[in-house]
Design a protein around this ligand. Sequence first.
Ligand code: DC
Length: 225
Amino acid sequence: MYAIAIDGPAGAGKSTISREAAKRIGFLYVDTGALYRAVGYDMLKSRIDPADEKAVCTRLPQIEVAFGYEDGEQQIYLNKENITANIRTPQVSAAASAVSAIGQVRQFLFGQQQNIARENNIIMDGRDIGTVVLPDAQVKIYLTAAVEERARRRFAELQEKGIGSGFDEVLADVKKRDENDTKRKVAPLRQAPDAILVDTTALDFEQSVQAVLAVIKEKIGQEII
Ligand code: DC
Protein backbone atom coordinates (compact mmCIF):
# COMPACT_ATOMS: atom_id res chain seq x y z
CA MET A 1 0.00 0.00 0.00
CA TYR A 2 1.06 3.57 -0.62
CA ALA A 3 0.65 6.38 1.87
CA ILE A 4 1.01 10.05 1.06
CA ALA A 5 1.09 12.26 4.16
CA ILE A 6 0.13 15.91 3.80
CA ASP A 7 0.57 18.09 6.88
CA GLY A 8 0.37 21.81 7.39
CA PRO A 9 -1.40 24.65 9.18
CA ALA A 10 -5.10 25.52 9.08
CA GLY A 11 -6.35 27.08 5.86
CA ALA A 12 -3.41 26.13 3.63
CA GLY A 13 -5.88 24.35 1.36
CA LYS A 14 -4.79 20.90 2.50
CA SER A 15 -8.18 19.24 2.33
CA THR A 16 -9.41 20.55 -1.04
CA ILE A 17 -6.00 20.06 -2.67
CA SER A 18 -5.51 16.60 -1.14
CA ARG A 19 -9.02 15.48 -2.10
CA GLU A 20 -8.50 16.53 -5.73
CA ALA A 21 -5.00 15.04 -5.94
CA ALA A 22 -6.34 11.75 -4.51
CA LYS A 23 -9.12 11.68 -7.08
CA ARG A 24 -6.65 12.14 -9.92
CA ILE A 25 -4.40 9.28 -8.87
CA GLY A 26 -7.22 7.00 -7.67
CA PHE A 27 -6.24 7.02 -4.00
CA LEU A 28 -8.58 7.28 -1.02
CA TYR A 29 -8.58 10.70 0.63
CA VAL A 30 -8.55 10.71 4.43
CA ASP A 31 -9.18 13.96 6.30
CA THR A 32 -7.98 13.32 9.86
CA GLY A 33 -9.03 16.76 11.12
CA ALA A 34 -12.62 15.48 10.91
CA LEU A 35 -11.84 13.01 13.72
CA TYR A 36 -10.69 15.81 16.05
CA ARG A 37 -13.66 17.88 14.96
CA ALA A 38 -16.00 15.01 15.87
CA VAL A 39 -14.52 14.81 19.36
CA GLY A 40 -14.71 18.62 19.73
CA TYR A 41 -18.30 18.62 18.51
CA ASP A 42 -19.25 15.96 21.02
CA MET A 43 -17.74 17.99 23.88
CA LEU A 44 -19.69 21.09 22.87
CA LYS A 45 -22.88 19.05 22.63
CA SER A 46 -22.21 17.46 26.00
CA ARG A 47 -21.50 20.90 27.52
CA ILE A 48 -17.95 19.93 28.39
CA ASP A 49 -15.18 22.53 28.10
CA PRO A 50 -12.95 21.11 25.28
CA ALA A 51 -9.90 22.49 27.10
CA ASP A 52 -10.77 20.69 30.35
CA GLU A 53 -8.50 17.67 29.97
CA LYS A 54 -9.95 15.70 32.85
CA ALA A 55 -13.57 16.19 31.79
CA VAL A 56 -12.76 15.38 28.15
CA CYS A 57 -10.95 12.17 29.13
CA THR A 58 -13.85 11.09 31.33
CA ARG A 59 -16.21 11.52 28.41
CA LEU A 60 -14.03 9.72 25.80
CA PRO A 61 -15.02 6.12 26.66
CA GLN A 62 -18.64 7.03 25.98
CA ILE A 63 -18.06 8.10 22.42
CA GLU A 64 -17.33 6.25 19.23
CA VAL A 65 -15.94 8.13 16.26
CA ALA A 66 -15.74 6.40 12.89
CA PHE A 67 -14.90 7.13 9.25
CA GLY A 68 -17.07 6.00 6.38
CA TYR A 69 -17.37 6.68 2.64
CA GLU A 70 -20.48 7.52 0.63
CA ASP A 71 -20.08 7.97 -3.12
CA GLY A 72 -16.35 8.33 -2.54
CA GLU A 73 -16.84 11.18 -0.05
CA GLN A 74 -15.60 10.78 3.50
CA GLN A 75 -18.27 10.80 6.19
CA ILE A 76 -17.75 11.07 9.91
CA TYR A 77 -19.89 9.30 12.48
CA LEU A 78 -20.29 10.10 16.15
CA ASN A 79 -21.98 7.25 18.03
CA LYS A 80 -23.26 6.02 14.66
CA GLU A 81 -24.84 9.36 13.74
CA ASN A 82 -23.54 11.02 10.58
CA ILE A 83 -22.31 14.46 11.71
CA THR A 84 -20.35 15.38 8.55
CA ALA A 85 -22.47 18.48 7.96
CA ASN A 86 -22.08 19.79 11.52
CA ILE A 87 -18.34 19.97 12.06
CA ARG A 88 -17.20 22.97 9.97
CA THR A 89 -18.32 25.86 12.17
CA PRO A 90 -15.79 28.19 13.87
CA GLN A 91 -16.98 26.88 17.26
CA VAL A 92 -16.20 23.30 16.30
CA SER A 93 -12.83 24.39 14.82
CA ALA A 94 -11.85 25.93 18.15
CA ALA A 95 -13.11 22.90 20.10
CA ALA A 96 -11.19 20.54 17.79
CA SER A 97 -8.01 22.52 18.28
CA ALA A 98 -8.44 22.37 22.08
CA VAL A 99 -9.12 18.62 22.28
CA SER A 100 -6.30 17.88 19.83
CA ALA A 101 -3.80 19.11 22.45
CA ILE A 102 -4.82 16.28 24.79
CA GLY A 103 -2.61 13.18 24.52
CA GLN A 104 -5.39 10.74 25.34
CA VAL A 105 -7.56 12.16 22.56
CA ARG A 106 -4.72 11.66 20.08
CA GLN A 107 -4.21 8.13 21.34
CA PHE A 108 -7.95 7.48 21.05
CA LEU A 109 -7.89 8.41 17.33
CA PHE A 110 -4.50 6.95 16.43
CA GLY A 111 -5.49 3.34 15.64
CA GLN A 112 -8.21 4.25 13.18
CA GLN A 113 -5.85 6.41 11.18
CA GLN A 114 -3.29 3.61 11.01
CA ASN A 115 -5.91 0.99 10.11
CA ILE A 116 -7.30 2.87 7.15
CA ALA A 117 -3.75 3.39 5.85
CA ARG A 118 -2.99 -0.31 6.20
CA GLU A 119 -5.87 -1.29 3.95
CA ASN A 120 -5.89 1.39 1.25
CA ASN A 121 -3.70 3.54 -0.97
CA ILE A 122 -4.31 6.88 0.67
CA ILE A 123 -3.60 10.56 0.75
CA MET A 124 -4.03 11.46 4.42
CA ASP A 125 -3.98 15.04 5.63
CA GLY A 126 -3.55 16.42 9.12
CA ARG A 127 -0.92 17.90 11.40
CA ASP A 128 1.17 14.92 12.52
CA ILE A 129 0.69 12.38 9.74
CA GLY A 130 4.26 12.42 8.44
CA THR A 131 5.77 12.83 11.90
CA VAL A 132 3.69 10.50 14.11
CA VAL A 133 0.81 8.61 12.48
CA LEU A 134 2.55 7.37 9.30
CA PRO A 135 6.28 7.97 9.78
CA ASP A 136 6.98 5.45 7.00
CA ALA A 137 4.79 7.14 4.38
CA GLN A 138 6.45 6.95 0.96
CA VAL A 139 5.61 10.61 0.27
CA LYS A 140 5.48 13.45 2.80
CA ILE A 141 4.43 16.96 1.94
CA TYR A 142 4.30 20.01 4.19
CA LEU A 143 1.69 22.28 2.63
CA THR A 144 1.59 25.86 3.80
CA ALA A 145 0.80 29.47 2.82
CA ALA A 146 1.18 32.91 4.42
CA VAL A 147 -1.19 33.43 7.35
CA GLU A 148 -3.15 36.34 5.78
CA GLU A 149 -3.69 34.32 2.61
CA ARG A 150 -4.88 31.35 4.62
CA ALA A 151 -7.31 33.57 6.54
CA ARG A 152 -8.56 35.09 3.28
CA ARG A 153 -9.31 31.62 1.88
CA ARG A 154 -11.04 30.47 5.06
CA PHE A 155 -13.11 33.65 5.09
CA ALA A 156 -14.25 33.08 1.49
CA GLU A 157 -15.07 29.46 2.29
CA LEU A 158 -17.19 30.42 5.32
CA GLN A 159 -19.00 33.13 3.35
CA GLU A 160 -19.88 30.59 0.72
CA LYS A 161 -21.43 28.42 3.41
CA GLY A 162 -23.32 31.41 4.79
CA ILE A 163 -21.39 31.42 8.07
CA GLY A 164 -21.05 35.14 8.77
CA SER A 165 -17.73 35.61 10.56
CA GLY A 166 -15.84 38.88 9.90
CA PHE A 167 -12.39 38.74 8.29
CA ASP A 168 -10.60 39.95 11.45
CA GLU A 169 -12.31 37.25 13.45
CA VAL A 170 -11.24 34.59 10.94
CA LEU A 171 -7.64 35.89 10.90
CA ALA A 172 -7.52 35.84 14.70
CA ASP A 173 -8.96 32.32 14.68
CA VAL A 174 -6.35 31.05 12.19
CA LYS A 175 -3.52 32.63 14.21
CA LYS A 176 -4.85 31.15 17.42
CA ARG A 177 -5.06 27.70 15.84
CA ASP A 178 -1.52 28.02 14.44
CA GLU A 179 -0.34 28.83 17.93
CA ASN A 180 -2.27 25.94 19.53
CA ASP A 181 -1.23 23.46 16.86
CA THR A 182 2.49 24.34 16.82
CA LYS A 183 3.00 24.89 20.54
CA ARG A 184 1.15 21.95 22.04
CA LYS A 185 3.24 19.39 23.88
CA VAL A 186 1.97 16.27 22.13
CA ALA A 187 2.50 15.80 18.41
CA PRO A 188 2.87 19.51 17.58
CA LEU A 189 2.54 20.63 13.98
CA ARG A 190 5.96 20.65 12.38
CA GLN A 191 7.52 19.74 9.08
CA ALA A 192 8.97 16.22 9.09
CA PRO A 193 12.67 16.26 8.17
CA ASP A 194 11.92 14.21 5.06
CA ALA A 195 8.83 16.20 3.99
CA ILE A 196 8.86 18.37 0.86
CA LEU A 197 7.67 21.94 1.41
CA VAL A 198 4.90 23.19 -0.90
CA ASP A 199 3.98 26.87 -0.38
CA THR A 200 0.67 27.76 -2.03
CA THR A 201 0.60 31.50 -1.17
CA ALA A 202 1.05 32.54 -4.81
CA LEU A 203 -0.60 29.50 -6.39
CA ASP A 204 -4.21 29.07 -7.44
CA PHE A 205 -6.04 25.83 -6.82
CA GLU A 206 -5.01 24.03 -10.02
CA GLN A 207 -1.38 25.11 -9.62
CA SER A 208 -1.41 23.83 -6.03
CA VAL A 209 -2.80 20.46 -7.13
CA GLN A 210 -0.13 20.28 -9.82
CA ALA A 211 2.60 21.12 -7.30
CA VAL A 212 1.44 18.29 -5.04
CA LEU A 213 1.13 15.85 -7.95
CA ALA A 214 4.65 16.77 -9.08
CA VAL A 215 6.06 15.77 -5.69
CA ILE A 216 4.08 12.52 -5.74
CA LYS A 217 5.25 11.70 -9.26
CA GLU A 218 8.83 12.41 -8.41
CA LYS A 219 8.71 10.12 -5.37
CA ILE A 220 6.53 7.22 -6.51
CA GLY A 221 5.38 8.06 -10.03
CA GLN A 222 7.16 5.11 -11.61
CA GLU A 223 5.43 2.72 -9.28
CA ILE A 224 1.84 3.98 -9.28
CA ILE A 225 1.24 5.37 -12.75
O1 DC B 1 -7.61 20.19 9.56
P1 DC B 1 -8.71 20.70 10.45
O2 DC B 1 -8.80 22.19 10.48
O3 DC B 1 -10.03 20.08 10.15
O4 DC B 1 -8.29 20.22 11.93
C1 DC B 1 -9.05 20.52 13.07
C2 DC B 1 -8.15 20.54 14.30
O5 DC B 1 -7.67 19.22 14.59
C3 DC B 1 -6.90 21.41 14.16
O6 DC B 1 -6.96 22.53 15.04
C4 DC B 1 -5.74 20.57 14.54
C5 DC B 1 -6.30 19.22 14.86
N1 DC B 1 -5.65 18.16 14.11
C6 DC B 1 -4.57 17.53 14.68
O7 DC B 1 -4.16 17.92 15.76
N2 DC B 1 -3.98 16.48 14.06
C7 DC B 1 -4.42 16.06 12.87
N3 DC B 1 -3.83 15.01 12.28
C8 DC B 1 -5.51 16.70 12.25
C9 DC B 1 -6.10 17.76 12.89
